[in-house]
Design a protein around this ligand. Structure first.
Ligand code: SAM
Length: 269
């Protein structure tokens, strides 16, 4: 996020600032006013919602399933004992929530929170098909979650945080809604750290993904944004530092598939 102003020449010939400093955010490779970013992101996910799950499989060759399985294995939700509550933020069509429900054998009490009703509508349909009627789908902004402090045992966010305009606000909210001893897990695309793979991945991302988006989802632009937003997101170390700065303890991460994705972990202690 950067600050930028508008300027004009004054009567005395000096350069003067005309507007208040406005905060900027990246929307893919475009710099946009921070206050515009969410609406642009929402338009992308309204457009892709129907084809979102299919496109995930096509784009990643199914790898996203393994990464999500690894997140849920790391979370290791309990199958019995005292009530255990998870919030899956930017949970979209429910992929992570369904895996947690299955692994916990129905013990986990799960809220799927997402700002986009089109994504949530697909998630609700899928939950009903799976007989997971108890799962709560809630329209909510990661930057201002409508839950009391200390409401959850765990907070997950998968491929969501790079879309949130104010990442620091989302991390602060994650810390706030977690109980003491609660776990934060974030799965996100990251920086490839394997020579050659980085070049192949670059070519695949910028050539193949928008083309696949056009063919499968009839929408190349939305997928171009998704690729660009990956490149503008902080790398593993920088994002880990943000998580530490938000107040999480024992922050760590591990790479998947040479860094194409990374799983960040932190604890509220
Ligand atoms: C790439 S999808 C990820 C969906 C799901 N977690 C998965 O892994 O398949 C990103 C999601 O982030 C949501 N999102 C974007 N900005 C958000 C915000 N400020 N608060 C909550 N959700 C947001 C979008 O609506 C979208 O459903």
């Amino acid at each position: 996020m950067a600050r930028q102003g508008a300027f004009r020449y004054g009567r005395d010939g000096s350069l003067q600032q005309t507007h208040e400093m406005s905060e900027r955010a990246s929307f893919g490779y475009r710099s946009v006013p921070l206050s515009h970013k969410q609406a642009l992101v929402d338009a992308v996910f309204h457009a892709v919602a129907r084809r979102y799950d299919l496109m995930n499989d096509v784009m990643s060759g199914g790898l996203h399933r393994l990464w999500k399985d690894a997140l849920v294995a790391a979370l290791n939700p309990p199958r019995q004992g005292r009530p255990w509550r998870l919030i899956d933020v930017a949970g979209g069509t429910g992929d992570i929530a369904f895996r947690v429900a299955e692994r916990s054998q129905g013990h986990a009490d799960i809220v799927v929170a997402d700002i986009n009703e089109s994504m949530l509508a697909i998630g609700c349909e899928r939950a009903e098909q799976r007989g997971l009627g108890r799962m709560e789908f809630r329209e909510a902004n990661a930057e201002a979650l409508p839950f009391h402090d200390g409401s959850f045992d765990a907070y997950t966010i998968g491929f969501g945080i790079r879309n949130v305009p104010r990442i620091e606000a989302a991390l602060a909210e994650a810390l706030r809604v977690l109980k003491h001893g609660g776990r934060f897990l974030c799965l996100e695309f990251s920086q490839v750290d394997v020579p050659m793979l980085d070049r192949l991945y670059e070519a695949y991302s910028f050539r193949a993904i928008p083309a696949l988006g056009r063919v499968v989802a009839g929408d190349a632009e939305s997928y171009r944004y998704l690729v660009e937003s990956i490149r503008t997101f902080p790398n593993q170390e920088r994002f880990a530092e943000k998580i530490r700065q938000a107040g999480f303890a024992r922050v760590s991460y591990r790479n998947f598939s040479g860094g194409i994705a990374a799983l960040h972990s932190g604890w509220k202690l």
